[in-house]
Design a protein around this ligand. Structure first.
Ligand code: SF4
Ligand code: SF4
Length: 296
């Protein structure tokens, strides 16, 4: 029986720190393949500071509010026993029993519900609090752009990122611009994808951040490869490391002042560097065939 051709994959573009070209690569990869494959979407999952949409002439067509339950304390029923405060792992409840003062700090609350379970006096109920949104945009007649954005002051973008995954995982091909770093937002952005492209620069800082990202991905048992941006700058240490560890070097993007200038003007690099567009398409074909899935 003939095997189905692979036609679906989720690829996250990530880096150990900001400013290495993560967004530039996400946008260029998306633009290089969006008209060549069926059902390709770009998700900006850098929910603390999304900026992918700035590069498109896009129109918002839907917005999903992301909420979480937070406690509401009824001071008239409260006996100021302190049990809710003791059960809260996030120090979100401030209590001064001597003056009968109790207050929730919403920004610290993770919505775990422990305090309402703890309260034996029915003084805690719950309400929905908005954490952010996941928006869908139409561009060139296709509903192919998504943006996850958390509200300012919210402790973590993790819940917004989780909802963004839920909303977009119906699409066959997803390119996901992930949050930088290796903490919870990064982990949740890459947890459900088939493959992660780590972008870095050939400098000592680049190598150090890359090693941290790789160590996190290894502990998650994820598949990944590396794109070296600004190749030609710095030293060869990154290449020595990749070859000694047997890590896939997917592509090198040469250092080019023109790239930085055009990017700062809000241009998507692959649109005016056809050789880069071709390389990205080739890289995507390779990843789809090796790490993709077959779906209807
Ligand atoms: S819901 Fe959880 S995090 Fe929020 S105040 Fe209650 S115990 Fe603390
Ligand atoms: S557990 Fe209930 S009664 Fe005790 S301090 Fe908290 S809200 Fe008040």
């Amino acid at each position: 029986m003939q095997e189905n051709k692979k036609n679906s994959i989720s690829i996250a573009v990530a880096s150990g720190k900001g400013g290495t070209g993560k967004t530039m690569l996400s946008l260029s990869l998306f633009n290089s393949i969006k008209n060549k494959y069926d059902d390709v979407v770009l998700l900006d999952a850098d929910a603390e500071e999304p900026n992918d949409l700035l590069f498109f002439d896009a129109e918002e067509i839907s917005s999903t509010d992301v909420t979480q339950k937070i406690p509401v304390i009824d001071v008239n029923k409260c006996k100021f026993c302190g049990k809710c405060r003791d059960w809260c792992n996030y120090n979100a409840i401030f209590l001064l029993a001597s003056t009968k003062f109790i207050k929730l700090t919403e920004e610290l609350c993770h919505g775990c519900g422990a305090c309402s379970v703890a309260c034996e006096f029915g003084a805690i109920t719950e309400k929905d609090a908005s954490l952010g949104s996941v928006k869908n945009f139409i561009c060139d007649g296709k509903k192919n752009l998504y943006e996850a954005m958390m509200h300012q002051g919210v402790m973590t973008p993790v819940n917004v990122i989780k909802v963004a995954h839920k909303i977009t995982n119906k699409h066959k091909i997803r390119i996901i611009d992930s949050p930088p770093g290796t903490s919870c937002p990064f982990i949740h952005a890459v947890a459900e994808v088939d493959y992660i492209i780590l972008i870095t620069e050939p400098t000592p800082f680049g190598l150090s951040d890359l090693k941290q990202s790789i160590s996190t991905l290894e502990s998650m048992n994820k598949k990944y490869g590396v794109v070296v941006n600004k190749a030609g700058l710095g030293n060869r240490a990154i290449y020595d490391y990749l070859s000694s560890e047997g890590i896939e070097l997917l592509l090198e993007i040469p250092f080019d002042k023109d790239i930085a200038r055009k990017y700062s003007e809000g241009k998507i690099i692959s649109d005016f560097k056809p050789e880069l567009a071709k390389d990205l398409e080739k890289m995507f074909d390779y990843l789809l065939n090796k790490y993709g899935n077959s779906s209807n």
